[in-house]
Design a protein around this ligand. Structure first.
Ligand code: ATP
Length: 304
């Protein structure tokens, strides 16, 4: 649905701590652009707790139609999860460390362009998913990248540089975890460095793991990287990503990277491999039921 500015009322939620970019002028930038387009708008801060009941009541009482998240994937996850039931359209001004969902949706990296898009773009239905009862929009990881996410969260700095440092440090000590995956009538037993379950086709910063992933195909893209020689692993991963070839899940390919799609899967995680949801470290679980939520929320994107 193309955005009709006359009937809109927007809440911009700014995360004061996300990413590394300066946000001093952001409040003025978004309010000036709203004024230019004749749209009523207010600015509020995001909250660390993820409790957006105060925003939900303002939407209901004051008739706000859109919520624009100025932050990263963690903020997008918390805000969309808390407010999806209200039926507002969501926008993103990508100001996090990775911005995977925003870039997968072709939202521009440039802040002024991303702000302009809020008033010229099109709201499109977008899938999300549930991991047991937890909400995800973009990417869930078990194993290596989750360990990096947990260590990243302990660092004083944010941003890509800190993330890369943590990835390199963890690479040399990386271990495997045992998993059992039940998917599309197959049961896969594997010792894996990591498993990614993706709705978006990138982690952010244009780094992709699941090149065929689409935000609105009703499917999740699963990438399984099993135990293999660490000297070979980066090349095998690059080859897999470049080929982007999807294959049905295989029960008898213990040393091959697997890439397949499914609307749901069950995952047993007896070694309690660490987990992240949309880049935020979360407490892991021994059993995970993962289900797509097709066409879960509306996201403002370029009109094409
Ligand atoms: N007002 C606030 N004060 C402190 N922390 C906040 C506030 N609002 C949100 N947060 C926290 O910010 C974190 C999310 O940051 P966000 O995802 O926006 O940026 P990022 O982590 O730098 O980027 P990305 O997720 O793209 O890597 C969450 O842990 C959230 O609880």
């Amino acid at each position: 649905m193309r955005v009709d500015n006359h009937s809109r009322k927007i809440i911009f939620l700014i995360n004061p701590i996300s990413g590394t970019r300066n946000k001093t002028d952001l409040r003025k930038l978004v309010l000036d652009e709203a004024l230019k387009h004749g749209v009523a708008a207010i600015v509020l801060p995001t909250v660390a707790s993820g409790d957006y009941a105060f925003v939900a009541s303002r939407i209901e009482e004051e008739g706000f139609t859109d919520v624009v998240i100025c932050g990263g994937d963690g903020s997008v996850n918390q805000v969309v999860n808390a407010l999806r039931h209200t039926g507002v359209h969501f926008g993103i001004i990508p100001l996090g460390s990775g911005n995977g969902l925003a870039y997968s949706a072709n939202i521009p990296k440039s802040t002024p362009k991303a702000i302009e898009l809020i008033f010229t773009g099109k709201a499109r239905k977008t899938d999300a998913y549930l991991i047991n009862d937890r909400f995800a929009c973009m990417l869930v990881g078990l194993g290596f990248d989750a360990k990096v996410a947990h260590d990243f969260a302990q660092q004083p700095g944010r941003g890509l540089l800190t993330y890369t440092q943590q990835s390199l440090k963890n690479y040399f000590t990386a271990r495997t975890w045992h998993f059992e995956i039940v998917v599309n009538d197959h049961v896969i037993q594997t010792d894996a460095f990591f498993i990614s379950i993706a709705n978006s086709n990138q982690f952010g910063n244009q780094f992709t793991i699941a090149p065929k992933a689409s935000l609105n195909d009703g499917l999740l893209d699963i990438v399984l990287v099993p135990r293999m020689n660490k000297a070979i692993l980066p090349f095998a991963l690059i080859q897999q990503v470049n080929s982007g070839k999807l294959k049905p899940p295989a029960e008898d390919a213990p040393n091959t990277i697997q890439y397949f799609q499914a609307a749901k899967l069950q995952l047993r995680n007896p070694d309690l491999a660490p987990m992240h949801i949309d880049g935020e470290p979360v407490e892991t679980e021994a059993f995970l039921q993962i289900n797509i939520l097709p066409r879960c929320f509306s996201l403002i994107q370029p009109s094409l």
